[in-house]
Design a protein around this ligand. Structure first.
Ligand code: ADP
Ligand code: MG
Length: 244
């Protein structure tokens, strides 16, 4: 039996009168990668922000790493959640090392512990030691994106949330970053929730798939099962147009 790292029960989120997520029931398996796909505006980013408590549900229960978000200490929980968004969102005035180690430093990690973890992540992401003191503008787009993954993983979070992290890089660089991501996900017992509008990327990187449509879960399950048995004609068309 797999345990869930994230559980949504009857979750609704409104902005004004618009219901951007509607009665979402969902379980994301621990230590697996789940891709959230759907058209722009379908609620993908909102779903991630509900998981790290950046936005709060208007109804329903969100449980993350065993805690109900209504009662948990959010700051403590967020330290256990890595988060990376589109573009790299690195701090422009900090070099690569300072960007990656910022939170560990604030939390009082020893220099030795920080250096060990940083070195491990840079090696995993194939970021050469001579890049460690470059500023973001001195790094390529692909290097920035890999640095941002290092930053998200610095505190060894059991949960990693990625919001279209690879969509700003060119297609060739993206293939390389996919390989780096897969190495990272395989090397640590981390649950990954990957938001993407690219179904091919989803199927390549994730074991589970959640398809959002207008704020509702259209279908969810292991990638191969969902693809083998699309729940309705709309999903079948989506697969045919993007995977066919
Ligand atoms: P996606 O990531 O799938 O493109 P989002 O979760 O960002 O979708 O947005 C879902 C819907 O919620 C969209 O219609 C969007 O305009 C709306 N929305 C998102 N964030 C806000 C906000 N802070 N205030 C008002 N509306 C928002
Ligand atoms: Mg989004």
């Amino acid at each position: 039996m797999t345990t869930a790292a994230v559980r949504f029960a009857g979750v609704t989120k409104r902005y004004g009168s618009a219901e951007v997520l509607r009665q979402v029931d969902l379980e994301l398996a621990a230590e697996r990668t789940t891709a959230i796909v759907g058209e722009s505006g379908s609620g993908k980013s909102t779903l991630l922000q509900l998981i790290n408590g950046l936005v709060r549900a208007d109804a329903g229960i969100v449980e993350v790493l065993g805690s109900d978000l209504e009662t948990v200490d959010l700051l403590a929980l967020r330290r256990r959640i890595g988060y990376a968004v589109q573009g790299s969102a690195l701090f422009p005035h900090l070099d690569l090392t300072a960007n990656v180690t910022l939170l560990a430093r604030l939390l009082g990690w020893s220099a030795e512990r920080m250096a060990t973890r940083l070195g491990h992540l840079l090696e995993l992401m194939e970021l050469a030691p001579e890049l460690a003191h470059r500023y973001p503008h001195e790094l390529s787009g692909g290097q920035q994106q890999r640095a941002s993954l290092c930053r998200a993983m610095m505190l060894e979070p059991p949960l990693l949330l990625l919001d279209e992290p690879f969509s700003a890089v060119d297609p060739i660089t993206r293939v390389g970053i996919h390989a780096h991501f897969e190495r990272l996900a395989a090397s640590e017992p981390v649950t990954v929730v990957l938001v993407t509008h690219d179904l091919r990327e989803a199927v390549k990187l994730a074991s589970d798939l959640v398809i959002l449509r207008n704020g509702s879960v259209a279908q969810a399950g292991p990638c191969d099962e969902v693809i083998a048995a699309p729940a309705d004609a709309w999903i079948e068309r989506l697969f045919r147009s993007q995977l066919g």
